[in-house]
Design a protein. Structure first.
Length: 362
């Protein structure tokens, strides 16, 4: 078999090797089912158990209070932008924190359903940091406040939730979901496309508090109605069964092998420190994008001071088995995405490569 590269893809991103091996083992026959997970009814006992496992693992990892529901929806995080507008804006005004590329997309979608009021923007600073609560111009009557907990493209992350008082806080956590412990009780709704940290694309996880479901207006398109989704336990129609199965395996791996969210946070901090140290100790050869206290633990963004070397850096890294280091097409530069599944050895190999490359070209 061909060698697996260290895959720094921003998404869909690498999955834990033990999870892939388990999928491979069970691919033709899932134990007891006589068929693969792709080939059985979503109403079968086998799938019900898989679905239950995915939900209960997420509950356990987040220490989820009983007034929250774990839902699986289709359409990725982008469809959540739409659902939030349809379900909770309804012509009203909500506060959006404009902290980067994904926030902007969420805002553009929300405008179709009401007023998406920008309560802070990092645009003038080229999205180098997350705001603190006092930076925000919050409207006490807003329908909700929307934040992006990790801006995947800019590589900046929130480490303190904004204090929004009685206004519900909604978070797009697509690229840092289940990467460290959070106080979930601060959120009314937290959602994530699975393909960065917890599974393949095709499913989004939405964790929603009871009182939000009461706000959902009648008559929404069925698949875009959070209340209907909850009332049907995410099975109003055929869900993305295989993707949910992988979420069950990935969350089980977090619990059994990585020490839950506290364990994975320690692991993720160590990994990120290796790369940020390599940047900081390069004497300006590599330049990080984010301000220090907003540096993402998931997406490490940087440029080479000598832009002419960037193409060579990315190409040589690829040849050395360090793949997908090109920054997003909208911002350029380099980006190492180091989600939960990236092993420590991948970050060590990249840091060593960075030092070697600098020695040759510095
Ligand atoms: C990847 C990403 C999205 C878009 O996810 P899709 O599942 O492709 O819709 C949205 N928000 C953030 C923060 C992301 O990282």
């Amino acid at each position: 078999m061909e060698q697996r590269a260290f895959n720094f893809s921003a998404g869909p991103a690498g999955l834990p090797l033990p999870v892939l091996e388990k999928i491979q083992r069970d691919l033709l026959v899932y134990p007891g089912a006589g068929a693969s997970v792709m080939e059985i009814s979503h109403r079968s006992k086998t799938f019900a158990a898989i679905h239950e496992q995915a939900k209960s693992n997420i509950k356990q990892l987040l220490n989820l209070p009983d007034n929250y529901h774990v839902l699986f929806a289709q359409g990725g995080a982008t469809m959540q932008f739409t659902m939030i507008g349809m379900n909770f804006l309804q012509g009203k005004s909500a506060d959006y924190i404009d902290c980067g590329a994904w926030a902007k997309k969420a805002i553009e979608e929300a405008k179709k359903f009401g007023t998406a009021r920008v309560c802070w923007t990092g645009k003038a600073e080229n999205y180098k940091r997350m705001p603190k609560t006092p930076d925000l111009d919050l409207d006490a009557n807003a329908a909700f406040v929307h934040m992006t907990s990790n801006e995947t493209i800019q590589g900046i992350e929130f480490f303190d939730e904004p204090e929004t008082g009685s206004v519900p806080l909604i978070a797009d956590a697509s690229s840092d979901f289940l990467s460290r412990p959070i106080d979930i009780s601060k959120y009314a709704l937290l959602y994530a496309g699975a393909q960065k940290n917890v599974g393949p694309s095709g499913v989004a996880v939405a964790i929603i508090r009871d009182d939000m479901l009461e706000r959902v207006p009648a008559g929404l398109p069925s698949l875009l109605d959070y209340r209907l989704l909850q009332e049907n336990d995410s099975l109003y129609n055929t869900p993305p069964c295989f993707a949910i199965y992988v979420v069950a395996l990935t969350t089980q791996w977090l619990l059994d092998e990585m020490g839950g969210l506290a364990g994975i946070e320690a692991h993720n901090r160590k990994k990120a420190a290796i790369l940020y140290d390599a940047i900081d100790q390069s004497g300006g050869f590599y330049v990080g994008h984010a301000e220090r206290d907003s540096r993402s633990l998931m997406n490490v963004t940087f440029v080479l001071a000598n832009k002419d070397l960037e193409g060579e850096f990315i190409a040589q890294a690829k040849a050395a088995g360090l793949d997908e280091l090109k920054g997003h097409r909208s911002v350029g530069g380099c980006r190492a995405s180091i989600y939960n599944a990236m092993p420590l050895a991948g970050c060590e190999a990249l840091a060593q490569f960075m030092r070697d490359f600098q020695q040759k070209h510095g």
